[in-house]
Design a protein. Structure first.
Length: 247
């Protein structure tokens, strides 16, 4: 849930990639599916809380959760609901705006939620008191790093690594960004994009979703078991059209 990139392609297509830094025992082996409010969902299910950190929906929407909002916060349980279950809750609402207006954020642990579809990229941050909503340029690349694990200085350094990788590139391929997500850094195991802090917290998986006109292609790299799972989720264009009309 801790290093995320978004890369735009032509005709509203994009590549969305997430490294999950977590306790190894919470890393699932397979992708799971469910349906909420008529939308088919494809995601890796957290083995502890039952939620997830990244979801592909058949309405063309991707939701991703990172721990923390702007700065590292003090963990003060109990919380009302797990952030991973909140990511699934998102699809119970007709639109992003309905989720923002109607969801109960009070009592949730601070988080960053990234919502992506073929029309927009939205950054939602709950700091425990207030919700910040920022629409980002869907035609530009973006990077997010979890503030609970990475200081502002390390986040800035990661922005630099990403900027250097982007330099001179006009088109993007999934294989290239996956290579960056596996190798970027300076040889510091605690802060490289694939990290390991004494096996207590480490990068356990890399999830990459490529949005095409017809489907979402989900690739799940399980770094603990050294295996890769792939699945395709057809996009329901009728639901996608309704979603955009409502937004």
């Amino acid at each position: 849930m801790c290093t995320v990139t978004y890369l735009p392609k032509t005709d509203g297509c994009f590549i969305f990639t997430s490294n999950r830094d977590e306790a190894p025992h919470r890393s699932p082996e397979n992708l799971d599916t469910t349906t909420i409010s008529g939308t088919q969902l494809l995601f890796p299910r957290d083995t502890a809380a039952g939620g997830t950190w990244v979801i592909a929906g058949s309405n063309g929407t991707i939701v991703c959760i990172l721990n923390g909002a702007f700065l590292k916060h003090k963990h003060q349980p109990p919380y009302r609901r797990s952030r991973g279950l909140m990511a699934l809750d998102f699809f119970s609402f007709d639109t992003l705006h309905a989720f923002v207006r109607q969801y109960t954020f009070e009592g949730m642990e601070p988080f960053t939620m990234v919502v992506v579809d073929k029309k927009q990229v939205t950054d939602l941050r709950w700091d425990g008191t207030q919700l910040s909503v920022q629409e980002k340029d869907s035609g530009s690349p973006h990077l997010w790093s979890s503030p609970t694990l990475y200081s502002p200085e390390m986040q800035q350094k990661r922005e630099q690594w990403f900027s250097e990788w982007l330099d001179g590139r006009s088109t993007f391929e999934q294989s290239a960004i996956l290579h960056w997500h596996r190798t970027a850094g300076e040889g510091d195991p605690e802060n490289d994009v694939v990290m390991n802090r004494n096996n207590i917290v480490r990068t356990v998986s890399i999830s990459s979703i490529e949005a095409t006109p017809l489907q979402l292609d989900f690739t799940y790299h399980d770094l603990l078991r050294q295996q890769t799972k792939k699945a395709q989720l057809p996009v329901n264009h009728e639901a996608l059209a309704v979603h955009h009309r409502k937004n």
